[in-house]
Ligand binder design. Sequence first.
Ligand code: F0G
Length: 545
Amino acid sequence: MPQKVVQFFISKFKDIFNNKGSELPRYYRPRPYRNAAVRFRSCSVEDFEKRRIIVEETGLNVFLFPAHKIPGCDLLSDSGTTTMTMDQWSQLLLGDEAYGSNEGYFSLKEQIAETFGQSWKPTDKMENLFIFHQGRAAENALFSVLSGILHKNNPNSPRTIASLSNHLEPKLRRMIENKIDTLEELGKPYFIIPSNSHFDTTGANIENNRMLPLNLPCKEHLRDDEAFPFRGNMNTETLINLLENESSRIPLIYLTITNNTGGGQPVSMANIRKVSKIANQFGIPLLSDACRFSENAWFIQQREEGYQDKSIQNIVQEIFGYLDGFHISFKKDGLVNIGGALLIKEDGRMFEKYPALGNKLTDHQILTEGHPTYGGMAGRDLKALVQGLKTIVEQDYLDYRIGQVERFGKKLKKYQVPIINPIGGHAVYLKMDDFFEGTITRDDDFKGIALTALLLIAGHRFCELGLYAFGRCRNGKEYPPKPRVSFVRGAVPRLTYEEQDLFAAAEAVKILYDNRDRIPGVGVTYGRELSLRHFKSRFKFKERG
Ligand code: F0G
């Protein structure tokens, strides 16, 4: 064949590959991986009625529905639900289960420096890598140890609302007062941990240790607009106002990347840099909840000026260069089914301010998880994690991963279903207030819960992250979350589903959206006043009348 013709075809193939002429990005590219093993599910038409019975028997609580009876997409969480790569499976076989200093521990130390930068390399001088079985165990360790240190150093901290500075922005002051009120039984917390948005377990761990988690998302975080590419950012003006007036109450600042509660939205490098500058100015350590760090880096690469030509690895290392510490659930961007860690930079502000921290964290770890060289993890899982950390920053992987979530979201948008925009990195968030607009709906109908129950009957599992999950009930009165959060989330497990599966879930959502005025509310039959109530409660569809 003449060369010219071959070149003609190659250029046509490239057009498809580069997705020319299609509104969906990279849709015609092959996936950057192949299935190596598959799991069959029963997918019969008789199962709808069977699922209805189970949904009702389990009190409409999606957490209680047996996963193996879900034929479609299980989008309850992207946490620990990853399909591991063959390279990772091969590492499992090489696991070393020694009680002290197993081989995987040393590999992890090396990999941490490679992934996050040399300044994170754990040395033998001071332990700064604390391994845990998952993210929340790391949160619990950090906040219980920190709370112990703070309350010991400040035994007489005033714990009254009246002690709050009058120079706080009125809205901020009200927000803190309200929070202190709702935390009354925990003994009116004095210390405040500000964040762009704490995840629910992070917030609960802070509260449980007599401190106040405070969300300071940027003003745009609830604006439904593609024009704001970094809606996960922190509101730095309010942060400055808080620090100028109450810095003695602020032991550290947190940044959650990406911002899960706010819709899986990324934080820009400019915002990270600015928050770090403010933290330096006030001498306060900056930490991150870094569960989805590589997805955040991908968004910076794609959306922030000056980063297009940088590798994910470089961007990750720049982000982590601004931090004094971070905690992470490796069940997300570690590409593993279990694992977590807390890392403190050896020469950072955290150890400088709290020199007793390292030793106390090690004690905590020994008492609750295991020897620090394995934390709560098996040696084989450490090996799989090391391999996962190599894959998670690969360009092809991230292009496909985040592109897939985007295509799922775009399908829903095509059906007019209201979702958070821009579409986040790991999940699509259905906006309940808009979804039910125009129907007769009260907050305490908890229609988000009803929607997830009906979706389960359809064969897909979503999760309510809104008025029920984040609201509270005291003495029969409902307190919706502030700022208001009212979503149902479909979180996409990594390397697990094909487009066909996600589009089937989108079809089920469409049916419910098109008939939204027929979706009943739910009554709470158990657990309305409990803490972390969405995990434990039971519900019943309300009779419509
Ligand atoms: N921080 C963030 C931002 C998270 O998304 C999670 C978990 C955690 C901390 C806690 O980590 O589960 O390993 O203990 N998020 C999951 C989710 C559960 O579905 O979003 P963990």
